[in-house]
Ligand binder design. Structure first.
Ligand code: URA
Length: 265
């Protein structure tokens, strides 16, 4: 009775989500919760029915549960057949389901593909240092990528390639679900490719970074990708990233020590 109707609604919402930049008003997770019958009452009890206008506020345990269900869907995703067949595993995201800050990178590299966790290679180690210098542990924040699969490379070649616009468009709905569930206070996009994946438009870092943008109502800070800082060791570029992070701390109304103010990455 109600099930076929819900299936139709979900299919229609997925289509909207995949083909337009503006997401539908209910997240798929909320619908999944509604679909799950016996757990419906429990979910609604756990969910604060205070509305942001777009979705329900979820409790931390509820968020973890819903994230886990999205992770499962991502694990079985074959929307990009070439990536599904080349990946070792999907790389969903890591961190606190209730994080205030969500860092968004572009795509897993070779290390992340092996370990199943974003930002664990050299660029990831630098990101972890930045997070610590901000006064957080890696577990306090949430880290995800636009793409959940490593972009495939020709056989025998080394290194990583940037995701294509088509791959990012295909995968973006998963990231939007992650953002909808976590509802971070601040998003930090790392590098121009992440910005393109998120906003669907390319811009230069010079014009984009260092100032606040809004992403579906959530403040978005754009800064350089840590891999850029590894390639370009100039203190002035590193300082720019740190200044962007100071703006994030200010926005979150975190105390900033003198040492942090003077910090150079
Ligand atoms: N670069 C990214 O953008 N993401 C990762 O997970 C690792 C490196």
């Amino acid at each position: 009775m109600i099930q076929p109707a819900l299936d139709l609604v979900i299919a229609a919402l997925e289509k909207i989500r995949e083909t337009t930049d503006r997401g539908p008003c209910a997240s798929r997770n909320t619908l999944e919760q509604l679909q799950s019958g016996p757990s419906l009452a429990a979910s609604l009890r756990e969910a604060h029915v205070s509305r942001t206008g777009r979705q329900l506020h979820q409790t931390t345990s509820n968020k973890a549960q819903i994230l886990a269900s999205v992770r499962e869907r991502v694990r079985g995703c074959t929307k990009c057949a070439h990536l599904a067949s080349s990946r070792t595993q999907t790389v969903f995201g890591v961190g606190n389901p209730d994080a205030e800050i969500m860092f968004i990178g572009e795509a897993p590299g070779a290390d992340e593909d092996q370990q199943g966790e974003p930002f664990v290679g050299r660029a990831g180690q630098l990101l972890t240092r930045i997070i610590k210098a901000m006064g957080f542990a890696r577990e306090d924040v949430y880290i995800a990528n636009i793409l959940k699969c490593r972009p495939d490379m020709p056989a025998g070649s080394f290194g990583n390639r940037a995701p294509t616009p088509a791959e990012m468009q295909m995968c973006r709905p998963y990231l939007l679900e992650q953002i909808d569930i976590i509802q971070p206070k601040v998003l930090v996009a790392l590098g121009a490719v992440a910005v393109e994946g998120l906003l669907g438009a390319r811009g230069t870092m010079r014009e984009l970074r260092g100032r606040w943008h809004l992403y579906n109502g959530t403040p978005l800070m754009i800064t350089y990708h840590p891999a850029y800082l590894l390639r370009n060791q100039s203190p002035s570029e590193k300082r720019k990233v740190w200044e962007d992070m100071l703006q994030v701390l200010e926005r979150l109304e975190k105390p900033i020590s003198e040492k942090q103010r003077n910090y150079f990455l």
